[in-house]
Design a protein around this ligand. Structure first.
Ligand code: FES
Ligand code: FES
Length: 160
């Protein structure tokens, strides 16, 4: 069975016919070509597939696309404007929060969600918000520094 899915994707209204059983991750990557969201474990354990639904992190590998009807979905492709990186993108770039980069879109979206809800998080807030994301390269310290740097950029008016 297919259904008509209406929702807001990266700030723009979107209408598509989607199978009832298609995952949001597969819809994004396979059906509409937004490959910034990564497939990692494909089982809810690594966070590589994290997107925002109404500003809250959601594992797109565990989410049916049909369940985002009427909601706002943001992927990593929504960030940065006019050739300028967003605060979180700059944080990861300038503080070396990314190495191989495979986990990075998931970490970035979880961090954007945190800073939208809590623009001045403590270190513990950051650790808790990123607790569902796994990185095999960085050791996490530089990721925490990246998010703190993004929060500082936010105080200068740069959007997360
Ligand atoms: S791919 Fe979704 S949590 Fe790993
Ligand atoms: S930068 Fe390689 S897994 Fe995180």
């Amino acid at each position: 069975m297919e259904r008509i899915l209406k929702f807001t994707l990266n700030g723009r209204p979107r209408i598509d016919a989607v199978p009832d059983n298609v995952l949001l991750l597969d819809y994004l990557r396979e059906m509409i070509g937004l490959t910034g969201t990564k497939t990692g474990c494909d089982g809810g354990e690594c966070g590589a597939c994290t997107v925002l639904v109404d500003d809250h992190p959601r594992l797109s590998c565990l989410t049916l696309a049909a369940t985002v009807a009427g909601r706002r979905v943001d992927t990593v492709e929504s960030l940065g404007h006019d050739g300028r990186l967003s605060a979180v993108q700059r944080g990861f770039h300038e503080k070396l929060g990314s190495q191989c980069g495979y986990c990075t879109p998931g970490f970035i979206m979880a961090s954007v969600g945190l800073l939208r809800r809590n623009p001045q998080p403590s270190d513990d807030d950051i650790r808790e918000a990123l607790g569902s994301n796994i990185c095999r390269c960085t050791g996490y310290v530089k990721i925490i520094e990246a998010v703190k740097h993004a929060a500082a950029l936010g105080r200068e008016g740069v959007a997360p």
